[in-house]
Design a protein around this ligand. Structure first.
Ligand SMILES: *Cc1c(COP(=O)(O)O)cnc(C)c1O
Length: 384
C-alpha cells in the first residue's frame, strides 16, 4: 500500500477558474475589448506543482500555455496541446532555436545576445517573439529608452523573415501590493516603450501585460483599446489569490476554487497529559489532557515546515490546528475539537473541504506560490 497521502487535482476547478477570471475581465472591460483579449495560462514549474498533464486538461479553453522550461515545449506538444506555446524567459542558447521552430513556440526576447542569435535562423523560419520591456522590475528586458536599436534590429529580422509578429510584453513587480504607485510607474514606462514603437512606425498589434494580480485588479486600465491584449494569469488559475488571504481579495471573493486538495491519513493517536509536550523542539505543551493525531504528511511532502500553532486542518468536517512542529514525514494535530476522529481518518490539509492554501501558507509566513510548487514528487497525485 502506498503511503496514505494524496493530492487530488481537479481539472474541472482549473477550468472553472479560467472561466471565472475571463468573466471577471469581461465585466471590467466590456464585451468589445474582451473579444480582443486572449489568455495564456501560465504552467511553469510543472503547472505550479499540479502536473503539466492536469494543466493541459484544465486549461483546454485557454488560447495558449506559457512555461519557462525548454523541455516542456516538446512535452506539451506530445500531450496534444496544439494552440500557442510561450517560453516566458526566452531561449537560453542558439541550439534552442530549432526546438522553438519545431514546436512552433513563441519566445520572449529580453537581451541583445538573443537578438544576435536570432540572426542565425534560416530565412523563412520566422519565429513569433515577445519583446520584453524592463518596466522597473529590473529582472529581464530592455529599458524603454534603449528600445530604439532593438526595434531597428527586429524590423530587419522581420524583413529577412526570421521574425514574424512582435508582441510587446512587460511584467509587474508589485501588482499584488496594497499600494498602486509601482504599478502606475511601470505602466508609464510601458507607454514610453509603445511610443518608441509608434515613432519608428514599428507595428505592435499585441500587448501582454497582466499576471494574476493585475488581471484581477486592474484589467480596466491595463487592457488597451486598439491592441490585442494577452493576459498571463498563473496562480489564480490554481485557485489561490496573489493577495493571499487579504480582506475582499481572497480566492473566495473572486469565486476561485482550489485546484489541489491535499489529504493524509491519521496513522497514530497519542493521549498526552497536561504539561507534556509533542514533537521536535517540544514546541507544543498540552494545557489539558489532549488527544494528538499523527498524520502522514511532513515538510518533505511539501507542507510548510514553519506552519505555526494556529495553522488550520480539517478532520471529519471539523477544523482544528497543528500541535507542535511539522517534521519531515509527519505532523501532529490536536484532536480535542474532534472527538469522533479515529485511526485511519483522512485529514484535509488544504483545498476542497479544508482550509484554503492561502490561509495555511499565511500561518507559515509563506506564499501559496512556493507551497504549491514545493509539492514533492513522492506524493501520489490523482487527477480528476
Ligand atoms: C510566473 C509568471 C506569470 C504568472 O504570474 P502569476 O502571479 O502566477 O499570475 C506571468 N508572467 C511571467 C513573465 C511570469 O514569469
Amino acid at each position: 500500500m502506498p503511503r496514505p497521502i494524496l493530492a487530488t487535482i481537479s481539472t474541472s476547478n482549473m477550468a472553472h477558474n479560467l472561466r471565472t477570471v475571463q468573466q471577471h475581465i469581461a465585466q471590467q472591460v466590456g464585451a468589445a475589448r474582451f473579444e480582443r483579449t486572449k489568455t495564456f495560462a501560465v504552467a511553469k514549474a510543472n503547472g505550479y506543482g499540479h502536473g503539466i498533464e492536469a494543466a493541459v486538461q484544465g486549461f483546454a479553453a485557454a488560447d495558449g500555455i506559457a512555461v519557462i522550461e525548454t523541455e516542456m515545449l516538446a512535452r506539451l506538444r506530445e500531450l496534444g496541446w496544439h494552440k500557442e506555446l510561450v517560453l516566458l524567459e526566452g531561449f537560453f542558447e542558439k541550439a534552442d532555436l530549432e526546438l522553438l521552430q519545431h514546436t512552433r513556440s513563441i519566445t520572449a526576447i529580453h537581451c541583445q545576445e538573443q537578438l544576435d542569435e536570432l540572426r542565425s535562423l534560416p530565412a523563412g523560419a520566422a519565429l513569433k517573439v515577445m519583446l520584453k520591456v524592463n518596466t522597473g522590475m529590473n529582472r529581464l528586458g530592455f529599458r524603454p529608452e534603449l528600445l530604439s536599436s532593438v526595434l531597428t534590429q527586429l524590423a530587419q529580422l522581420q524583413s529577412q523573415a526570421k521574425v514574424s509578429e512582435v508582441i510587446m510584453m512587460m511584467h509587474f513587480a508589485d501588482a499584488d501590493a496594497f499600494d498602486r504607485d509601482s504599478v502606475d510607474d511601470a505602466w508609464a514606462r510601458m507607454q514610453q516603450a509603445l511610443q518608441q514603437a509608434q515613432l519608428r512606425q514599428f507595428r505592435i498589434e499585441s500587448l501582454s501585460v497582466c499576471n494574476s494580480a493585475a488581471s484581477l485588479r486592474y484589467a480596466d486600465d491595463l487592457l488597451l483599446e486598439g491592441y490585442r491584449n494577452i493576459i498571463r494569469p498563473g496562480l489564480c488559475l490554481y485557485g489561490a489569490s496573489p493577495m493571499g488571504n487579504a480582506e475582499h481579495e481572497a480566492a473566495i471573493d473572486f469565486n476561485l476554487k482550489p485546484a489541489m486538495t491535499l489529504k493524509a491519513q491519521i496513522i497514530a493517536i497519542q493521549q498526552v497529559r497536561a504539561g507534556e509536550t509533542v514533537g521536535y523542539g517540544s514546541r507544543f505543551t498540552a494545557q489539558e489532557p489532549t488527544r494528538i493525531a499523527i498524520v502522514a504528511c511532513g515538510y518533505a511532502d511539501g507542507y510548510p515546515r514553519w506552519a505555526d500553532a494556529s495553522t488550520p486542518v480539517v478532520v471529519n468536517g471539523i477544523e482544528t490546528t497543528l500541535a507542535g512542529r511539522v517534521s519531515m514525514d509527519m505532523m501532529s494535530i490536536n484532536l480535542n475539537p474532534v472527538p469522533s476522529a479515529k485511526l485511519g481518518d483522512w485529514v484535509t490539509l488544504w483545498g476542497e473541504g479544508g482550509p484554503t492554501i492561502d490561509r495555511v501558507t499565511e500561518c507559515a509566513r509563506m506564499g501559496s506560490y512556493e507551497t504549491l510548487c514545493h509539492l514533492n514528487l513522492r506524493v501520489p497525485k490523482e487527477i480528476i
